[in-house]
Design a protein around this ligand. Sequence first.
Ligand code: 0X9
Ligand code: ZN
Length: 455
Amino acid sequence: MGTEPGMKWRRRMFSDSASGLGIGNELAYPPRHRTTCRVHHVIRLKPKHESHLQLLKSLKNKHGEQMEFWRKPTIPLQDVDVRLSPEVIPGILPLLNESGLLYDVMTDDLESLVSAERPKRSVADVVDVTESPDNFSLSSYHTYDEISDWMDGLIDKCKPDCDVFSIGDTYEGRPMKIIRIGKESVRRPVIWIDAGIHAREWIAPATAIYIISKLIDPDKSDRIARVLASRYTWYILPVANPDGYDYTWTMDRLWRKTRSHHKYSPCRGVDGNRNWDFHWGGEGTSDLPCNEDYRGDEPFSEPETRNIARLVFDEFLLTLQGRLAVYLSLHSYGQYWLTPWGYTYNVPPDYPDLVHLGTKATEAMRRTHGSRYQVGSSARILYLAAGGSDDWAKGVLGVKYSYTVELCDTGRHGFILPPHYITTTGDEMLEATRSLSLSVLRERRRAARKRRRYT
Ligand code: 0X9
Ligand code: ZN
């Protein structure tokens, strides 16, 4: 594997560190001296029939966290992505070959991808972004503290038409910072964007940050960005799981869940996208705390999901709830524009409208930098997974245009997307958001005209 001088890979620090891709140096970043070499592979499998799917499930049961599905087995002919720990590779690959289950090796050195992604900087290089948000680079990944400081620094820049505040603390006590952009007025529709409920999907917070910066400070020629900031109120929560996100910087780059403790298990964390109170506990969720899709011991067991729901319900019950026109949750990876439902193969009655605007949004993405996104319901084009935030936004809050977007890429880098993808993904998502919000404005205008005609 590529050995960069001065890099350090520690052995697993905690028993529940799922991937073992831990970086445990006291400065948190950059990791400085590599002592052990643990070469993880990511492979993409092409199951042809049911027996292949059964084989994969039985291997997963046998090897537990040494074999982690990044894209779960669902039906024959749908690709499956798996991370394999070095210990299990010699046993598993021959079995796959024997069974005729074809696979491509996406990477045979995940560690090198992780270290290439990290900014090469020392503690002395870390700028004080509170002094000037302009020092904050939009083309690299940032720690939670940096993002949080950057958001605080935005207040002076954008007041009085925006505000930055905490919606409550995480399990480990970090404030969850959100930004409101645009005037708070009961007459304005609201667009909500959250990102990073899954800690390792770094491109999602980076994209939300990109959108915030472009809405606050649009390019001089960007008339539509000004219009959007003046017609809507935006709520953007760039890091919905700060504890998990911090953990991916300090201990385990591939951590997914929150960081809560459980009474009867040494494993930590809950899948924040299985924890919402709408068909909670249904298909595609686990009741075992050590699993990646652990749903928690009750709906909203996690302070992180609770804080979001409370903001929407308590503080804005009379205003925000009815005004929420669009709910977007940013994830990665796969390039999917997903609509509800995730808990069932059925689709909502207005599914054609959701697909129509989703398709227009993804066409705008394609025109921007060429990326192709697939549009459809989560259960139908990805897999069944209940208790997701998008289903809750639609099923409980009644938000018509509720989507989950699985950002770049389609698997070449997967979660470890190099930082040079940030601005292209940001541009694409900005164009998608622009298309969506303009379509929704048009739709609302049409509806208002119709109402006037009949009254
Ligand atoms: O499994 C998830 O939570 C999302 N995929 S990811 O690879 N980012 O983990 C998809 C969620 C789709 N929405 C619902 N199932 N409700
Ligand atoms: Zn995700």
